[in-house]
Design a protein around this ligand. Structure first.
Ligand SMILES: Nc1ncnc2c1ncn2[C@@H]1O[C@H](COP(=O)(O)OP(=O)(O)OP(=O)(O)O)[C@@H](O)[C@H]1O
Ligand SMILES: [Mg+2]
Length: 267
């Protein structure tokens, strides 16, 4: 579905945000792009979508072997980290979702609105027909992210690209969003590329993982292989940091130094 070959990206005269990235994603697979802040995850996602800002310099190749000149919005759906970035505040959500179906599926507005209501219902938005007439600010952050997902899927794309689809949400809402994404990918047979800095999320949702660090691809492969037997020190450090954060304080092992002595309550 996606073939990225020797991709480098630099913004203006700055250092390279991506340096010589080669990776591919097969149809129907789910890839998590993982790495710390500033490692180039969004740059990779935006480059694949053709959404890099003007002034960004790109070299290398990005191709979609199974797609014939893909159109963003029709063949590729995109969800941004900040749902505000995907939704227009002055249009009703119905107009925004229906527009995708009008433009890319050639539906009439009436058909597209019915389609939008069905999608909102699938996304778990209550009273979907009335919801169509409301504006983005009238919904919670979690609901806005579901609405953005509905708009991204309104033209029935085969590929979904999601940049940190859950990072703006609290843990409970995050979990529901992951379940929704998982079932949508299954029922629609989507190929998924998603960006995250959350290892737990990657292991829940992805088949494959690509680890970025300072614009370099440190390693990539099936999730179980990379997480069980990380070959790169950076991946091991990332996994260890995750373990530290998740382990309750009282369960963490104290560091044992050279002068460590055992002190029992009775001396
Ligand atoms: N529009 C831009 N103009 C200039 N530099 C940019 C731009 N966007 C990103 N960069 C730089 O490119 C590098 C990679 O940024 P990118 O946004 O891809 O990282 P990221 O992994 O998505 O980080 P985060 O987890 O914080 O979202 C960073 O050094 C960043 O400062
Ligand atoms: Mg980012």
């Amino acid at each position: 579905m996606i073939a990225v070959q020797t991709l480098s990206v630099a913004y203006g005269s700055g250092a390279k945000a991506l340096d010589d990235i080669t990776l591919s994603l097969a149809q129907g697979r789910r890839l998590a792009v993982l790495g710390e802040s500033g490692s180039g995850k969004s740059t990779l996602a935006m480059a694949i979508c053709g959404l890099l800002p003007t002034g960004a310099r790109l070299s290398g190749h990005i191709t979609f072997p199974s797609l014939n000149t893909p159109v963003l919005g029709r063949d590729i759906g995109v969800v941004f980290q900040d749902p505000g970035g995907s939704l227009n505040p002055v249009l009703t959500i119905g107009e925004q979702i229906a527009e995708v179906a009008v433009v890319h599926r050639g539906q009439s507005w009436r058909e597209a609105e019915a389609h939008a209501a069905r999608l909102l219902d699938r996304m778990g938005i209550p009273h979907p027909t009335e919801a169509l007439r409301r504006h983005p600010h009238e919904f919670s952050g979690g609901q806005r992210q579901r609405i953005a997902l509905a708009a991204a899927l309104a033209a029935d794309p085969v590929l979904l690209i999601a940049d940190e689809p859950t990072s703006a949400l609290d843990t409970v809402v995050q979990h529901a969003m992951v379940e929704l994404l998982d079932s949508l990918v299954r029922e629609r047979g989507l190929t998924l590329l998603f960006v995250t800095h959350d290892i737990a999320l990657a292991s829940m949702l992805a088949d494959e993982v690509a680890i970025l660090h300072a614009g370099h691809l440190m390693e990539s492969g099936p999730v179980t292989q990379v997480f069980r037997t990380p070959t790169h020190a950076y991946t091991r450090a990332l996994l260890a940091a995750r373990l530290d954060l998740d382990t309750p304080l009282q369960h963490r092992l104290p560091e044992i130094g050279p002068n460590f002595t055992v002190v029992t309550p009775n001396g």
